[in-house]
Design a protein around this ligand. Structure first.
Ligand SMILES: CC(C)(COP(=O)(O)OP(=O)(O)OC[C@H]1O[C@@H](n2cnc3c(N)ncnc32)[C@H](O)[C@@H]1OP(=O)(O)O)[C@@H](O)C(=O)NCCC(=O)NCCS
Length: 197
């Protein structure tokens, strides 16, 4: 099963890369985006119901972690950011603000952007919280592991809850990268100990 999944993602990513080449699109890692472009992205996150609203300030903050942009002729046709949650000096990154221009959808570019970001954070705690089965499937393809709320320290849940989408296992599923999964028990222990839980 795993071999089939891996094979499928490799093909999907290869096709996405070939599509980009054909259309003159480029994936760029960036720490800076002009204020005007940030305003456009922020407006987009506000308008689209599937996206969580990110203000320009929030996006500027996320830019410190870097983001991946899908570029063509200086224009942005897609993006993905990483939202850093700080829990007792530990960082947990959440993939956020994924968007691909309508013109280029359904060519696995969303998956390609997710893949770039996931690979960048292999040595960090990375989490994905989402509703759609497509995203869950993508997470599995990307090597992320499904976890339940009981696997997470209440301290971590409280921090993540500030973005307003936790404690709802009917609606959302939680995926963490293998690094996070490997350290989760240790991390919970540290958090619970410092908080007398
Ligand atoms: C979601 C989105 C980035 C997918 O881009 P894409 O390049 O078409 O993605 P892929 O080709 O890799 O995947 C295509 C399929 O996976 C779905 N998908 C992939 N990532 C997704 C995500 N994070 N959330 C919801 N659906 C997603 C797409 O909707 C599409 O499903 P469909 O064929 O049933 O319509 C794009 O549709 C978009 O920008 N939508 C508006 C913003 C948005 O919903 N962002 C996600 C917030 S979590």
């Amino acid at each position: 099963m795993e071999t089939t999944l891996k094979k499928d993602i490799n093909i999907a990513l290869e096709e996405a890369t070939a599509f980009c080449k054909d259309k003159g699109l480029e994936i760029v890692f960036a720490h800076q985006i002009s204020k005007t472009q940030l305003q456009v992205i922020s407006e987009r996150t506000k308008k689209l119901p599937a996206m969580y609203h990110a203000s320009v300030g929030m996006l500027q903050d996320r830019l410190k972690n870097g983001c991946y942009l899908l570029m063509k002729d200086g224009d942005i046709y897609g993006h993905i950011f990483a939202h850093r949650h700080v829990i007792e000096k530990h960082s947990v990154y959440e993939r956020s603000s994924l968007w691909v221009h309508k013109h280029y959808r359904n060519h696995n570019l969303g998956l390609l952007l997710m893949d770039f970001l996931t690979k960048r954070f292999t040595k960090d705690f990375l989490i994905s919280i989402a509703q759609e089965p497509t995203v869950h499937n993508n997470n599995e393809l990307l090597g992320m592991k499904y976890i339940t709320l009981k696997d997470l320290s209440p301290i971590l849940i409280e921090t993540l809850e500030k973005i307003g989408k936790l404690r709802d296992e009917l609606k959302y599923k939680y995926y963490v990268n293998p690094y996070f999964e490997s350290k989760i028990k240790q991390f919970n222990k540290i958090l619970n100990k410092t908080n007398n839980i």
